[in-house]
Design a binder for this molecule. Structure first.
Ligand code: THU
Length: 144
C-alpha cells in the first residue's frame, strides 16, 4: 500500500462519515473498502432506537460490496469522530466487524488502516488484530 493509495482510501472514508445516521451516539464512523479489482465501497454507521440493531460502518461497506458480487478485498480504511469536532483519534474496528472481515479476507494480506488524517495512519494486517480467528475453513474445510 503506497502512501498515495492509503490517502485516497482515507479520504473516501472521511467522505463516508457524512452519511452516518447517529442520533444516539453522535459518533460518526466512515469506512472505505478496497476490492482487489480496485473498486472502493464506502460505508457508514447506521444506528437504531433499539441500540443493538446498529450497523457499523465497516459492515455497511462489506455488505454493499458482497451484495454487488465482490469476494476479494485488499484493505479497509476506517475513521471516526464525534459530531461537531474535527479532531480524530484512531477508530479500531469492533469485534463483530473483525469477524466479518475474517469471513472474506486473508488474514495476512488484508490491511486495516486506522487514520487520524490522510497522512497520520497505522496499518495492521487483519491477522494481527484478530489472531486465531474462526473462519470458513473451520466450518467447511479448505474448500471454503
Ligand atoms: N462503530 C462503528 O461504526 N464501527 C466500529 O467498528 C466501532 C463502532 C459505531 C457503532 C455506533 O454507531 C457508534 O460507532 C458508537 O459505538
Amino acid at each position: 500500500m503506497t502512501d498515495n493509495a492509503a490517502a485516497i482510501l482515507i479520504r473516501e472514508a472521511m467522505n463516508a462519515q457524512r452519511h452516518a445516521y447517529v442520533p444516539y451516539s453522535r459518533f460518526r464512523v466512515g469506512a472505505a473498502l478496497l476490492c482487489s479489482d480496485g473498486t472502493i465501497y464506502q460505508g457508514c454507521n447506521i444506528e437504531n432506537s433499539s441500540y443493538g440493531a446498529a450497523n457499523c460502518a465497516e459492515r455497511t461497506a462489506f455488505f454493499k460490496a458482497v451484495y454487488d458480487g465482490h469476494r476479494d478485498f485488499d484493505a479497509i480504511a476506517i475513521v471516526g469522530n464525534h459530531e461537531g469536532t474535527d479532531k480524530y483519534d484512531y477508530c479500531p474496528p469492533c469485534g463483530i466487524c473483525r469477524q466479518v472481515m475474517a469471513e472474506f479476507c486473508d488474514g495476512e494480506k488484508f490491511q486495516v488502516i486506522l487514520a487520524r488524517s490522510e497522512t497520520d495512519y497505522r496499518i495492521y494486517p487483519l491477522k494481527e488484530i484478530l489472531p486465531f480467528a474462526f473462519t470458513p475453513k473451520n466450518l467447511i474445510g479448505d474448500e471454503g
